[in-house]
Design a protein around this ligand. Structure first.
Ligand code: GLU
Length: 405
């Protein structure tokens, strides 16, 4: 990725608390249905969308990578199908999503490609984020799109998701996407301006909390229940999203989106609520790796690789001398020195069988040895944490640990 990052602006305007937005390297912006779809017409609210697109382009000009999570498929499709009033049955909302998603994607494509930005549609289901293999595949696709300069536009795959296995709200989906992408900022644009200290309809003293550092029971009580006429994620869904984001080291903001230029407004100091993580995305990921209770297996390395690891480099297949235990790509494994001491832990890019085949070999030989072109590294340095001072582990590797942040 990212020499380009060095060009980004590092300071936020003085009045605003939007530093996490201005400084983020990779952002996820979630747009709620109520913003995108004009209430009466049931059509895309183009005048507003154009201003959002301008804001997104500004972020990209500052070399910030942007992912959009957009709702609106069901709201756009239902009117077209004549499903005007009341709650939809599941199959009706799936039909509406099928009709609406194509319109939603067309609107983004048209507006962004006018400015030379390539738009990519990704439709995800709950299982894509909860099942390890699918999670890794989705993550790799997202990474490839961003590296190639495309702007991913993501929604839930509503046409196939059934009641039990769907997010149902794009707030949590967006948080999972932020986690998957290692984003450092998530902005939820919707029809609520933030988290209020009390219900603003009932209490004149209710105010928006500018910053939440810990999601305590009091904070959860403040969320209460808030409903929006068009979308489906209330404040409860937004708090669940905040928990996911913050645990992954990602700042999250709840902000009003209905004004024109909603992101610029935030930078200019508009009120909103920021949820602040205690670690960066990489640190959160490394904490998670270090905290794995039972690594799925172990990889032994030679002295040269050990030196490379201590210098902060990745582990290449060439430095691997052995693999034991059963593990899959994406599992956490121990990295052992020749004397059996655990010097690191990391998320491995190959299964135990593939690792055994490529160990001691050059990365350029991987394709010929395995028949597919995997990663050059056995464990990438972003997925590796040194276990300095850790006791030697003689323990047999146990069950695989799943679902890294
Ligand atoms: N995925 C739904 C749609 O595009 C929206 C879910 C939500 O409102 O959060 O219509």
């Amino acid at each position: 990725m990212s020499n380009a990052y060095s060009f980004r602006t590092m300071t936020a305007p003085a009045r605003s608390n939007a530093a996490p937005l201005v400084q983020a390297r990779r952002l996820v912006v979630k747009v709620g249905s109520a913003l995108l779809v004009g209430g009466e017409s049931g059509r895309v609210n183009r005048a507003w969308l154009e201003t959002l697109v301008e804001d997104l382009l500004r972020l990209r000009k500052r070399a910030q990578q942007v992912i959009l999570v957009s709702s609106g498929a069901i709201a756009l499709g239902r009117r077209r199908l004549g499903l005007r009033r009341g709650a939809l049955r599941l199959e009706e909302s799936q039909a509406a999503a099928a009709v609406g998603q194509i319109r939603l994607a067309a609107a983004y494509k048209e507006l962004l490609e006018e400015h030379g930005v390539t738009v990519a549609q990704m439709l995800l289901t709950l299982e894509d984020s909860e099942r390890r293999r699918r999670y890794l595949n989705a993550r790799a696709t997202l990474e490839a799109l961003l590296t190639l300069g495309a702007l991913p536009v993501i929604n839930e795959n509503d046409t196939v998701a059934t009641a039990e296995i769907r997010y149902g709200d794009n707030d949590r989906l967006a948080a999972r996407v932020a986690q998957m992408a290692g984003a450092d900022c998530l902005v939820l644009l919707s029809d609520v301006a933030g988290l209020y200290s009390a219900d603003p309809n009932k209490d004149a003293r209710a105010r928006i909390l500018p910053e939440v550092r810990r999601i305590t029971p009091e904070i959860e009580a403040m969320a209460g229940r808030s409903a929006s006429a068009v979308g489906s994620g209330g404040m409860t869904a937004k708090l669940l999203a905040a928990k996911i984001a913050v645990a992954a080291g990602c700042h999250m903001c709840i902000a009003a989106g209905h004004h024109k230029h909603p992101l610029r407004r935030l930078e200019e100091g508009a009120e909103c609520t920021w949820f602040v993580p205690s670690a960066t995305p990489v640190a959160a990921r490394k904490q998670w790796i270090a905290g794995t209770l039972r690594p799925a297996g172990a990889i032994t390395i030679d002295a040269g690789a050990e030196r490379a690891l201590l210098e902060g480099k990745s582990l290449l297949p060439a430095g691997v001398t052995g693999a034991r235990g059963r593990f899959e790509r994406g599992d956490t494994v121990s990295v052992l020195a020749g004397d059996g001491a655990e010097i690191a832990r990391g998320i491995v890019a190959y299964s135990d069988a593939d690792a055994a085949r490529i160990m001691g070999r050059q990365s350029s030989e991987i394709e010929a040895l395995l028949g597919f072109r995997g990663r050059d590294e056995m464990i990438h340095r972003d997925d590796l944490v040194l276990m300095r001072g850790a006791a030697t582990t003689g323990a047999a590797p146990g069950a695989a640990a799943r679902q890294a942040p």
